[in-house]
Ligand binder design. Sequence first.
Ligand code: B1M
Length: 207
Amino acid sequence: MTDFAALQAAVLKGNRNDVKDIVQQAIDNQEDINAILDRGMIPAMREIGERFSRNEAYVPELLIAARAMQAGLTLLEPLIAASGRKTLGKVAVGTVKGDLHDIGKNLVAIMLKGAGYDVLDLGVNCDIGKFEEAVAQGASILACSSLLTTTMPYMKEVVEHFKGRKVKIIIGGAPVTQDYADEIGADGYGEDANGAVKIVDKLFQEA
Ligand code: B1M
């Protein structure tokens, strides 16, 4: 029987070795993969995200938890692929054209993955072509990150490019605000990585 509380605690503390051991044991005991994710790892990543939003956890703790989560996911990934587990939806995450900052974008990608979404990480310096490729690969939400006031206007170009299409555009990054998202007609704004998960949850629920 898998100790899901211990698995959650190990992810929260970022204890990579414990996560690997518990997940491997669970696999050996033919535990349901969905249970490992939904009762162990995903709630722990959501909890660390909530703590981060409340300033009770900081970037290093988030990264350490994410690394532990990734260690467990690496063991599960082949089984997930073989089982055909349905993810909650496909989201593409990219830092917009001209901008090379990727730490925040990476956190957003990790938190979305941790929350159960299928994430396409488009990297940095993403032009509209890259976002188009993501849509062609099935992404229904595009999460754009910008850290520079000089690259923020590119988000407006992305929004305008996809206007009238089924895809939703959400934006975030240190200089970005809800007001700016409203001004350019984006479908949502995430203040931080956890905020990005919340807006993605909301948009998929509404879809
Ligand atoms: Co740059 N940089 N930088 N930089 N850099 C800033 C952003 C700056 C504020 C520093 C400053 O002057 N005080 C300033 C921007 C000023 C402005 O535009 N008003 C700046 C500048 C000017 C520059 C260069 C132009 C410097 C130069 O070369 N003259 C240059 C630009 C390069 C380029 O992109 N073309 C540059 C370069 C760099 C480094 C390469 C050295 C490095 C980036 C390394 C990397 O990312 N791999 C760097 C860094 C590290 C920073 C600071 C210090 C830290 C950014 C960071 O990683 N924060 C930054 C100063 C600062 O922000 N205090 C600065 C931690 C990260 C977790 O937070 O990215 O905000 P953040 O992400 C958050 C939220 O914003 C949100 O969630 C994340 C988690 O909470 N979020 C989203 C982010 N994306 C989201 C997407 C979403 C939702 C939420 O989608 C829905």
